[in-house]
Structures are given as C-alpha cells and as structure tokens.
Write a protein that binds this ligand. Structure first.
Ligand code: F6R
Length: 615
C-alpha cells in the first residue's frame, strides 16, 4: 500500500513525480504529497485526496522547480487521511524529508524516546517518527545520511520502503526496503526510485529491485551502492532490463483501466499459454513443473493460499486439480492459514496465487509453509515481485500490468496457469488418455476466441446494468466450477459499485439466502450446459416462484432457461472445466457498467488499494 516516487538528475523532478504518482495511485489514493529541492529550499506540498488534488494545490502553493524530489500517494494506516498526515514528512530541523510505504510497529516507544530528547510531532504517523529518529542518529553519532538511515532502521520494527533526502547533501537520495517493494531506475546520470517501474519506464529500461533488508545510496555521478541494512555487507546490484512498455500502462482509448483490462483478456490468456500449450506436439511445457515433477506427483496434498480474487481462482483450481488430476487440494485464505497452526508436512505442495506478488498475508503464509518443509510454488503476475522471489519455483501469468484495482485479467490468467498445471499433472499421472489430453489442449487453444465472443455481450450487459443500477442487494449463484465464479462476480460488484452482493453455491440457497428473495432482488445465476445444469434450472424455478429477478448466464443456444429468466446472457460452449474463463466475462462487465452508472470511481474504489502489503 502507498506508492512512492523519487527523482534525482538533470530534468525537472515535478512532472516526473506527479506522473509517477498517478501511475502508482492503484497502491493507495487517500492523500498525496511532494517535496522538491530547488537549490536552496525544500518546497513541500501535500493534501488529502488524489494526485490531481495535489497538482491543483501545488500550482498555487509552491515553487515547482528542482531536479531532486520525492512524492507519495497514501493508503492510510497510522492517522486518518488528512493534509497533516500525508507524506512527505519533515524532520524537526526541516533538513530531512521522507516518504514511506509500510508500518513502523514500534513507533510509539520510539516516539516517546524522541519526545524526551525534545522532538515534537505534528502528525499521527509512524513515518514522522522515523525521519526524526534518523535526524537524531545523524546528530548524536555525527554520521552522514546513509549511515544514519541504517542505524535508525536497525532500531525500527516493521515493514518499509523509504526514500529520504537531506537538504545539506542534495546530490543523493537514500532508499531502503523491508517488506514493501522498491525499484531504482538507472538513467544517464539520473536516477528514479519508485514502488514499481511504471513511473520511470519511459526514461529507462534498466532497473534494480532491492531485496528485503537492503538499502542504497543513490548519488549523482556515482554507481549505485547497495548494502545490507543489518550488517553493512555490500550487496551487488542486479541490473535488469525491463520488458514493460508505455502502452501497457496507459488507458489506450478506454474510459477506465478496468474496461481495458477486461477487453485485454483474449490476448492475456493467449500470452499466458503461449509457448506452454503445444497441442500439435501433445505436450504442455512448464519449466517450473518439469523441474519439480516428483514433488507434485508424490504430494500428499496441494494447499492453495491466496486472498480476494486470487483466492477465487484458487477455488476454481481445487475443482480442476481434483477433477482432472485427482490430487487432493485445500484452498485457504492466506490470512487465516498463517495464524491457525495448520498441518503441513514435507510431502505437501503449497501453491501461492497473487497478481501483485506483494500481498503481505500470502507472503507470510509462504514463509510459514517453507519453515515446515513444504515445497512452495508461486503463480504471480508481477515479474520479480516478493512472492515470486520467495517461492521455490513458479509460473508467471504474463497478463501484463493490471492497474484497475478490481482484478479481471489476473483472475482469468491465473485460472489459465492453474489449468495448464492440472492438465500436465493429469497426463503425467496417467489420468488422461492421449486423445482426451489432445481434446482438452485443442479446446484450451480456442478459449481466447471464445472470450472475444463472450465480450460481445457488452451492449446487452449495459442494458441490463441500467435496469438494476439502483439495486441495494444482489445474489450470485453458481454450482461446481461456477460456484467460485459466483463469488468473484459478487466481489466485483461490491468493490466497485458499493452494492451489497453475496455469492452462493446455487443449492445452498434454500438453506438461508432464499429468505432474501423478493421482487426487488436481482439474482445472477450461472446456468451453463453440463455441470449440474438441470439442478441449476430447478434453482431458477425456485427463485422465479418467489418473484426474484433472474439474470442468467447460459450456454449459446440454451432453450430452457430462456423461458424462465428475465434476462439471458449467452457465452460460447466449452469443456466444463474451462467454463469459468467465459462465464466470468459478463459478470465483470455487469459490475463495471453498474459502477459507471452509479458514478463510482471504477479504477480506484473507496478504501481499497491494489497491492495489500499490510496484514
Ligand atoms: C479484487 C482484488 C483483490 C485481490 C487481493 C489479492 O478485485 O483485486 O481481492 O485479488 O487483494 O491480491 P493479489 O492477487 O495481488 O495477491
């Protein structure tokens, strides 16, 4: 949570930082701030609200010149979102200025100690404590900024990515990382620091991602120096050449990133299986699985851990792995799993699913499973993310950057990876004949075109959205493979339109939720052919008898549900195990259109952030 950006070099820092913060707003957007050094003064502007509010305020309040600066977009943890608690924060002398993503857990005791030494605080934040601690170390030990940061961080407990500079030494920014991401972009005698590479990708493709426990002094005219925060050991920067391009992180003519990302799914799914799915050769190539085949084949069970939408992808995977590969699977919320003393043995395989690769609970669950000897496999989207580095092996989804806070293409590409894994293991275990394997592989290859077809429902979905945009509640029902899709549909609606929505297995309806049904209640039912179709049709009858409004997602050419439902949205036919990849599309579109019609901020829904790096 929180996005940080810094620049030092020959260009104007202001536009780089503002643009960078806008790209990082997915990480938090309740307040924003910037500090620039103009050659003699630090000019600082900060405000509650979005980066555009910061821009408006800065224009009238500060000089925006300077080749050194840092900026922050916040998702509040300590202290309500207001102007004072926004970052950057000054030290008491006004010489140091800091931005911070993370939490300093022992800030209360540090604050008390600093208070005794005469320090005062204007905000409620842990960050203001940290910058004053650094200043106190500088003064009491007579050391330069880099060393002061290091000593101070050794007294701090918690998680952080920080960037700090000192007015007295304006040729450097000091950065450090533990638990929150931090990338350094390396240009021609200029440096960028940021929570991810998006703020600097148009200036340089060369970047270093700090590892946990590392810090760097980014100094003009010098090579980057990395060192361990704990013991001073030198670390050698691994300079990566990034593949990301600018188009990927811009809206490309769509009104919102979410819509763009919904429409990117055919391409994203194809990119996910490109080079892996090879029907002509009758194989699925996945290096991570090939190299660890015995671990999977001999596993007692697979435990899947994830949060939110990724957890829903995990639930789909439970059906796929058990149904196709006959491997027992448990799916766990990472946040529950890590605290409940679960039974994990060396013969278990843990699969961690995460779009961002930074989710704190998922990361903690991985560490716990590793300590207990389990083999840990990651399914991540963000290349080089903490989870992808922490896992023993893994597969990237290659969905491209997902910027809309509501996950869409991450979900379908995660399911694609997990399907490839399950099919591969099914074949290796002898659960599939050659011909059945070939049938599944060739069908999977048709999915991008079928997703494209499912997207054609957009105009119809928009009409349906208009009918239900004022609803206060909504029920989503599905069975089997499509039960997790119902959960995901409900999550999408509530997170971006703020309508209360529940997902249920269709047959569970009569055990409680049926009491909610009346003529005001829209019920979205996934009723594709195969997969308990007749039983779902009976559930639809039950809803109809109670006057619920039925929006049904059906297979093309359906004749039964058409007569019962108020609205019918068709998706192409496919193998049952692959239906979630299609049925989820109209549900994404429905939540998108309802949110737009309710004037909600689709890409930045209230209280949320894309990357949840606090537990
Ligand atoms: C919902 C959503 C969240 C994330 C969850 C996990 O649309 O985006 O529920 O799925 O916060 O995030 P990752 O996948 O980055 O671990």
């Amino acid at each position: 949570m929180c996005g940080i950006v810094g620049y030092i070099g020959h260009r104007d820092a202001y536009p780089i930082i503002i643009k960078g913060l806008q790209r990082l707003e997915y990480r938090g957007y309740d307040s924003a701030g910037i500090a620039l050094y103009d050659g003699s003064h630090i000019n600082l502007s900060k405000t509650k609200g979005k980066v555009t509010d910061l821009e408006n305020k800065s224009k009238s309040s500060i000089s925006m010149s300077g080749n050194l600066g840092i900026g922050h977009t916040r998702w509040a943890t300590h202290g309500v979102p207001n102007d004072v608690n926004s970052h950057p924060h000054y030290s008491n002398s006004g010489d140091l200025v800091i931005i911070h993503n993370g939490i300093i857990e022992n800030y209360e005791s540090l604050k008390k100690e600093l208070g005794k030494r005469g320090y005062s605080f204007t905000s409620d934040t842990d960050t203001e404590v940290l910058v004053n601690l650094i200043e106190e170390v500088q003064k009491s030990e007579g050391v330069l900024l880099g060393q002061a940061v290091q000593i101070a961080l050794n007294q701090a407990v918690g998680a952080y990515a920080i960037a700090v500079f000192d007015k007295k030494k304006p040729d450097e920014i000091v950065v450090a990382k533990l638990g929150s991401p931090l990338a350094i972009g390396i240009g021609e005698n200029e440096f960028f620091v940021a929570s991810d590479a998006s703020p600097f990708i148009e200036f340089t493709n060369n970047a270093v991602y700090l590892e946990d426990g590392e810090m760097a002094i980014v100094r003009l005219g010098k090579e980057i120096k990395l060192r361990k925060i704990q013991n001073d050991a030198i670390a050698y920067p691994n300079i990566l050449e990034l593949q990301m391009n600018l188009e990927e992180i811009e809206k490309g003519g769509y009104d919102h990133f979410m819509l763009k990302e919904i429409y990117e799914q055919p391409r994203a799914i194809l990119d996910t299986y490109r080079g892996r799915l090879l029907p002509d050769q009758g194989i699925i190539k996945m290096t991570g699985i090939d190299q660890n085949l015995e671990k999977f084949l001999n596993a007692n069970k697979i435990i899947i851990v994830a949060c939110g939408t990724s957890w829903h992808a995990g639930l789909v995977a439970e059906y796929i792995f058990e149904d196709l590969a006959r491997i027992p699977v448990e799916v766990e919320y990472a946040s529950e799993f890590r605290y409940r003393n679960p039974v994990i043995t060396e013969k278990d395989v843990l699969i961690a699913i995460s779009q961002s690769g930074e989710t704190a609970d998922t990361l903690a669950a991985i560490k716990m499973a590793k300590e207990k000897g389990a083999f840990v496999y990651g399914v991540c989207n963000v290349v080089g993310s903490s989870i992808s580095r922490e896992t023993d092996s893994g597969t990237y989804t290659h969905a491209g950057p997902e910027i809309g806070v509501a996950s869409t293409k991450a979900f379908t590409t995660q399911i694609t990876v997990l399907t490839l894994m399950a099919l591969k293991l099914a074949k290796e275990k002898g659960e599939f004949s050659e011909s059945r394997f070939h049938e599944y592989l060739t069908e999977l290859e048709t999915i991008p075109a079928k997703v494209e077809k499912a997207l054609e429902s957009n105009t119809l979905v928009e009409i349906i959205a208009d009918v239900y945009k004022h609803s206060t509640n909504c029920l989503y029902l599905g069975r089997g493979y499509n039960f997790p899709v119902a959960l995901e549909g409900a999550l999408k609606l509530k997170e971006i339109s703020y309508i209360h929505a529940e997902g249920y297995p269709a047959a569970e309806m009569k055990h409680g939720p049926i009491a909610l049904i009346d003529e005001q209640m829209p019920v979205i039912v996934i009723a594709t052919k195969k997969g308990h179709y007749e039983k779902v049709v009976s559930n639809i009858q039950e809803i109809k008898s109670r006057k619920g409004k039925i929006i049904a997602i059906v297979t093309e050419g359906d004749e039964q549900v058409v007569d019962l439902a108020d609205h019918v949205i068709e998706v192409p036919e496919t193998i049952e195990s692959f239906t979630p990849l299609l049925t989820t599309i109209p549900l994404q579109l429905l939540s998108y259109h309802i949110a737009v019609m309710r004037d909600c901020n689709v890409d930045q829904p209230r209280n949320l952030a894309k990357s949840v790096t606090v537990e």
